[in-house]
Design a protein around this ligand. Structure first.
Ligand code: GRF
Length: 197
C-alpha cells in the first residue's frame, strides 16, 4: 500500500505515520508529500525522511483545474493507493476526488459528526468543545466525502475534557491521541482489518 500525504503545516500526524511505516507497525510505503506551502515543518520532516516533496499551490498553478490536474498527476506518477490528508487546509479538486473515490482518509480533531464542518479547524474546534460544556472529545479518522468532514467514519478515539482546560491544552491532548489513532487506522487498513468500500 503506497501512501501519498497532503499537508499544509506541521505534519506531526504525517511524522507519526512515517515512524509507524519505518518500525513495521504499518505495512505501507510512504511515496510522496504534496504540500501547498514550501516553508513548513511538514516539508522539513519529509526531507529528513527522504520522502519526495512536491509544492503545488495557487502560485504554481493559478487555474484551479490545472492545480487539481497537477496534484492528481503527482499522485498517479507516484503510484499511490491511498491519499492521507494530514492537516491539509485546501479542498481536494473534483478530478482527484473522482480518481481516488473512497481512497482519501482524513483526521479531524473532534468526535465527528460533532464539531466538524466549514470553519471548524485548529483551536476553533477545541474552543467550541469547551463552550458546549462537553466532558469528552476526541479524534476521528474518516474517508472524505463531498462535504467538509463528511464520509464514513473508520475509527475514533476519545479524550477527556478536564475542568479548567484551555483550548490549547485540549488541542495538545487530542493531538497526542491522533498520533496513535491515525497510524493504528492505517495499519488496520493495510492488514485488511478495516475494509474500505
Ligand atoms: C490535526 O489536529 C488534525 O486533526 C487536523 O489538522 C491538524 C494537523 O496537525 N486535520 P499536524 O500538521 O499533523 O501536526
Amino acid at each position: 500500500m503506497k501512501l501519498g500525504f497532503l499537508a499544509s503545516h506541521g505534519g506531526s500526524n504525517m511524522q507519526a505515520i512515517l515512524d509507524g511505516c519505518d518500525d513495521g507497525w504499518i505495512s505501507a510505503t510512504p511515496a510522496i508529500l504534496i504540500c501547498n506551502n514550501p516553508n513548513t515543518q511538514a516539508v522539513e520532516r519529509a526531507q529528513l525522511a527522504d520522502l519526495p516533496v512536491r509544492i503545488l499551490n495557487g502560485k504554481t498553478h493559478p487555474d484551479p483545474e490545472s492545480l487539481d490536474h497537477a496534484i492528481l498527476d503527482a499522485l498517479t506518477n507516484a503510484r499511490i493507493d491511498l491519499i492521507v490528508l494530514a492537516g491539509f487546509m485546501k479542498k481536494i479538486g473534483p478530478l482527484t476526488m473522482a480518481a481516488f473515490r473512497n481512497r482519501i482518509v482524513n483526521i479531524h480533531p473532534s468526535l465527528l459528526p460533532k464539531f466538524g464542518g466549514q470553519g471548524m479547524y485548529g483551536l476553533r474546534v477545541h474552543k467550541a468543545v469547551l463552550e458546549a460544556g462537553e466532558i469528552e472529545t476526541g479524534a476521528t479518522v474518516h474517508l472524505i466525502g463531498s462535504q467538509y468532514d463528511e464520509g464514513p467514519i473508520l475509527q475514533q478515539a476519545t479524550v477527556p475534557v478536564y475542568p479548567g482546560d484551555t483550548p490549547e491544552a485540549l488541542q495538545l491532548r487530542v493531538l497526542d491521541q491522533e498520533h496513535q489513532l491515525y497510524p493504528d487506522t492505517l495499519a488496520k487498513i493495510a492488514r485488511g482489518e478495516i475494509e474500505l468500500p
